[in-house]
Design a protein around this ligand. Structure first.
Ligand code: NAD
Length: 421
């Protein structure tokens, strides 16, 4: 992500506001993050030397509740990116009606250059630096790029050590044995799947008839693929960072995953016989009814959007379509189910984890999935309805729907009109 990204993200706020009768106080409150803390994390390396890593945490807005958002370990992380991601989280939590504001954190680091002990010391140092910024009722982190369950376990442990009491609700995405929620592993793919299936009549797609191409074959991609496949959608293409496979007669995602786990490649994965290997870029342009970008940012851009054939695009990845790409897709009449709705299943089950930690009472898997479904389906419907009522694309509709909720919370404190009166 580049400098200036925050500036362009905030433009979404203003374009959504055009469709609502908002009080001016709302935009004034939301145009800057509430607080952003930068820190330097000195870490003792295995060779005895000390290295300092730049780190940030942003709490964008907490009007609707504690801020919520992941911690990213990546060399390109910068403050502009952290603020932008915290802004997106504010809207994602509001779309799903979670009682949260948005936050995000990051460390500028290449984790591949760290040993496991160095990674543990870095993770604990992050919590040490931000221990007064985060907290179970203040700001609740989670995993993001290059952070995972064990990093969350170290972080929860470090926070609990500082607080001098077990505090599992300070962070989500923990291993099950340490208070993680059942159903968190497939929540992102499952949430997108619930939205897609709920809107299938409106979208003109159906099991047994529609073909799906998925970019990526990681956590979000695989679970969406297997759930759609189980219901009778045909998965005809998947990819990883190295290559893509496409078979117009359909792939079995379970067999492909088993092959990939064994061989660490998609090349040679089992198909129905007509398979072609191709680049990731080519896969996006194949004939299909639903395209699911589920890998990374900026995959559909001003350069390739006019070659996308799929009429429906479900954004499981965060930010896979650039604003230029989005404009071209909209003009071509494609329906994009935007990331802040499509992948909100992940943060929703993170919310369930936090609720279970606070209650000290843990739910069975079917209860988690039932509660997830009861959020994703109606919120998906509402975004669809806003888009039709206002004649706007689904991305703008999702921002309008979220902003409406955030605005109600801001306005409930009284607006200029109230104080003038
Ligand atoms: P993951 O690491 O499990 O999988 C990522 C997949 O993308 C892998 O198959 C990888 O090979 C592939 N990939 C990497 N670089 C690629 C490239 N250049 N071209 C094509 N494929 C490439 O990650 P994930 O958790 O499935 O996350 C995928 C996306 O979903 C990310 O954008 C993430 O931010 C978003 N997301 C995930 C969650 C979650 O709970 N897992 C929640 C919200 C959003």
């Amino acid at each position: 992500m580049s400098e200036g990204l925050f500036h362009s993200a905030v433009k979404r706020l203003y374009s959504a506001a055009e469709h609502l009768d908002l009080h001016e106080d709302v935009l004034e409150r939301l145009k800057y993050p509430k607080e952003t803390l930068a820190a330097s994390l000195p870490v003792r390396m295995d060779d005895g030397s000390v290295r300092s890593f730049k780190a940030w945490r942003c709490r964008y807005d907490d009007t609707r509740g504690p801020t919520k958002g992941g911690i990213r370990f990546h060399p390109a992380v910068c403050m502009d990116e952290v603020m932008t991601l915290a802004f997106w989280m504010t809207f994602k939590c509001a779309v799903a009606n979670l009682p949260y504001g948005g936050g995000k954190g990051g460390v500028s680091v290449d984790v591949h250059q760290l040993s496991r002990t160095e990674l543990e010391r870095l993770s604990r140092a992050y919590v040490g630096a931000f221990s007064r910024f985060i907290g179970p009722d203040r700001d609740v982190p989670a995993p993001d790029m290059y952070t995972n369950g064990i990093v969350m376990a170290w972080m929860a442990d470090e926070y609990s050590r500082i607080a001098d009491e077990p505090t599992p609700a300070v962070i989500t995405g923990k291993p099950i044995a340490l208070g993680g929620s059942l159903g968190r592993d497939d929540a992102t793919g499952r949430g997108g799947y619930y939205v897609l299936r709920h809107l299938e009549d409106d979208l003109g797609i159906a099991p047994g008839k529609s073909k799906v191409v998925i970019q990526g074959f990681g956590n979000a991609a695989f679970h969406a693929a297997r759930l759609l496949h189980d219901d009778g959608y045909q998965i005809i293409g998947v990819s990883d960072s190295k290559s893509a496979i496409y078979d117009p007669d359909g792939l079995n995602p379970y067999d492909v995953m088993e092959y990939k786990q064994k061989n660490r490649t998609l090349d040679g994965a089992p198909t129905n016989g007509k398979a072609k290997t191709m680049s990731n870029a080519e896969l996006l342009e194949q004939e299909c009814d639903v395209l699911i970008p589920a890998a990374m940012e900026n995959q559909i851009t001003g350069d390739n959007a006019d070659r996308i054939v799929a009429p429906v695009i479900l954004e499981l990845a965060n930010g896979p379509i650039t604003p230029e790409g989005d404009a071209i897709l909209n003009k071509a009449g494609k329906t994009v189910i935007p990331d802040i709705l499509a992948n909100a299943g992940g943060v929703t089950v993170s919310y369930f984890e936090w609720v279970q930690n606070k209650a000290g009472y843990y739910w069975p898997l079917d209860e988690v999935q039932d509660k997830l479904q009861k959020i994703m389906r109606p919120e998906g419907r509402r975004v669809w309805d806003v888009s039709k009522e206002k004649g706007i694309d689904m991305r703008t509709a999702a921002y309008v729907h979220a902003l409406d909720r955030i605005a109600s919370a801001v306005e409930a404190h009284g607006t200029k009109a109230y104080f003038d009166g």
